[in-house]
Design a protein around this ligand. Structure first.
Ligand SMILES: Nc1ncnc2c1ncn2[C@@H]1O[C@H](COP(=O)(O)OP(=O)(O)OP(=O)(O)O)[C@@H](O)[C@H]1O
Ligand SMILES: O=C(O)C1=C[C@@H](O)[C@@H](O)[C@H](O)C1
Ligand SMILES: [Mg+2]
Length: 174
């Protein structure tokens, strides 16, 4: 079975996904990381700068389709993966998969994004707002219904640590 983690930037898909995979004896794969590998391990910011976000999104769909067809993995999607129709279809149609939406309050997401040293390289602005709390609120508002529509489980990570999230996911949802 694949466990597929859905959620906004900073929701902990990568952090929780690695720990969860370890606990469940599954392989951990991260859509963002797999995309970067296809651009000589460039950062997301560099890929968007050089090739443009649309090219990144095309590769995101290809990578998602490929990963979904393997098994026994914890898959961390990118925050925007489900907004690409081809990737969304692949995730919706995935056989033998548990799709988990890691929900967090936008204020907390923004705080975690701001505090993360990886942000400059991995989280270029998504709108003309140029990042910031208003962007998180606006983009999450658009995406939240899509994340919920695809998810089998909505799991709130606003007030818990990654370790606690893993413990609860394993005992209650997997
Ligand atoms: N539950 C949590 N409590 C506190 N900090 C957290 C929690 N989850 C993640 N973090 C921190 O938030 C930052 C972002 O986490 P992470 O990179 O796992 O998010 P992500 O969902 O993979 O984001 P992206 O979509 O941009 O890849 C990291 O610094 C991580 O340590
Ligand atoms: O929310 C988004 O659109 C993104 C989230 C990250 O996981 C990366 O996929 C990239 O920074 C885009
Ligand atoms: Mg990540």
């Amino acid at each position: 079975m694949n466990v597929i983690l859905i959620g906004y930037r900073g929701s902990g898909k990568t952090t929780i996904g690695k720990k969860l995979a370890n606990q469940l004896w599954k392989d951990f794969v991260d859509v963002d990381h797999e995309i970067c590998k296809r651009f000589d391990n460039s950062s997301i910011a560099d890929i968007w700068q050089t090739h443009g976000e649309p090219r990144y999104r095309e590769v995101e769909v290809e990578v998602t389709r490929e990963l979904i067809h393997r098994t026994n993995q914890v898959i961390a999607l990118g925050g925007g993966t489900l907004m690409q129709p081809g990737a969304r279809e692949a995730v919706e149609q995935a056989a033998d998969a548990k799709r988990i939406y890691l929900y967090a309050d936008p204020t907390v997401l923004h705080r975690r994004i701001e505090a993360d040293a990886q942000t400059a390289a991995t989280r270029p602005a998504l709108t003309a707002q140029g990042g910031g709390l208003d962007e998180v609120k606006a983009v999450l508002n658009d995406r939240d219904p899509v994340y919920r529509a695809v998810a089998d489980v909505v799991f709130n990570v606003t007030d818990i640590t990654p370790d606690e999230a893993v413990r609860l996911l394993v005992t209650k949802h997997l």
